[in-house]
Design a protein around this ligand. Sequence first.
Ligand code: GLN
Length: 540
Amino acid sequence: MASAKYIFVTGGVTSSLGKGIISASLAKLLQARGFSVTIQKFDPYINIDPGTLNPYEHGECFVTDDGAETDLDLGHYERFLNTPTSQANNVTTGRIYNHVITQERQGAYLGKTVQVVPHITDEIKRRMLLLGQTGEFDVVITEIGGCVGDIESLPFIEAVRQLRWELSPTDSMVIHLTLLPYLKAAGELKTKPTQHSVRALSEAGVQPDVLVCRSEYPIPAEMRKKIALFCNVAPNAVIESLDAETIYDVPLLMKKEKLDERAMKKLKLTSRQDINLDSWKEFLGRLKNPTEEVKIALVGKYVELPDAYKSIIEAFIHAGAFNECKVHLKFIQSEQISFENVSSHLQHMDGVLVAPGFGERGFEGKLEAIRYVRESGIPFFGICLGMQCAAVEFARNVLGWTDAASTEMNPTTSYPVIDMMEEQKQVTQKGGTMRLGSYECDLKRGSKAYQAYGKGHIQERHRHRYEFNNKYLEAFQEAGMIASGINPTTGLVEVVELQNHPWFVGAQYHPELKSTVLSPHPLFVRFIKAAITHTKNRNK
Ligand code: GLN
């Protein structure tokens, strides 16, 4: 078995430079050349995983098929590569320490002092190599979260240093992402922060092979030479990364800058095929030349930070491109929606999505939004909490059970139409304890969900504690809200839809987590189609 090649991606100067997108873009280019590639992210924080973080803190929590709660960059990896990731693709400092400390209690290091070096760094190295040892991948790209120079990322950088020493020189490389700030007053790009950040990395014993420099302006040739000289890299190893119109342009921009060729040269890889980005380019063509446009409201409580809904936003981009339709997303804070103002918020919308979420804040506003679209025939898509809200709204306003609720919001309601799952009632621990990951679902023939997927059996990803209360299912179905998707083993309601409505679908699972550039999610595709029809009818 040939061993995998390892590419480490570090970042300096500031965070938010887009290491995830650069990693995913390089991976895409290598994949297009016939290599099998995976990307993993090592995050320096102490949480075992981002599952317990507030979305305001860290953006969306991305859930994998195997039920791992992970960093949102894994979403980018999947959307670019069209291949699933797993728990092994996301490791935090907390997870490393947890493992080492558990081992220590089990006597694994009996008699020894357990230390950051070598015990923590050994465990980091073990995990960095893990996916490469499965034989599944030619290339493993490891993105190191945070910035070089941060106290907390030191053990990761030290692990990279050791691995570079241990692996053959052609089996690993380091790409360092930095920023060239533009000083308006001086009218210049500045290289000093890049020099300092490369120096910090070198002081830790890691010399980068390639620098990817984020810049708002093209980098003059002379400046590239200067950066190369002072940062000790080959002149053609200074790669320019300009702001892109869309993140999906970045693979092509990186190809133009020959990032993939630099990597292949360093790792002594020869392309397995002529680079094939046909379907990627086709997607970009449709994305950039829309023939339709729709306005979609995204109703949620974390709307101030769009990263909280990253996968939903991207799923709209995929589904929009598929339909050659420009999707204008309008974020609406659900707390601001009331009976009095709902029509002014939503009457011009072609579709309304009610987002996933937790807790009471903004719940009533979501119900108002749903009542409005149910009554006015605007296409509706509810995801997870959004689906649960649709059930509560229907119970209150159609079935007339005025105090119906989810027990998450009102534990003493007389109509708990959404209730905590039985298996969740015993759970006290937080983090990794919800119903997580991929589960089966059977779809009802003839339903909108069935039409969208074009098949009757699907698997989708979950992250929830509450579920539709089957005690009330019959009443719901008789009144026109049907369960069109059911888990075949447990009977849990996975999809609800309204029969006398142009398009009203709620999913207990998270379809957005499986939407990729090459496989846009069928429910998003159909929702956009319904929105296009709605706008046409409105303008007749
Ligand atoms: N809070 C709801 C539950 O736990 C919905 C979760 C979600 O939207 N992801 O069931």
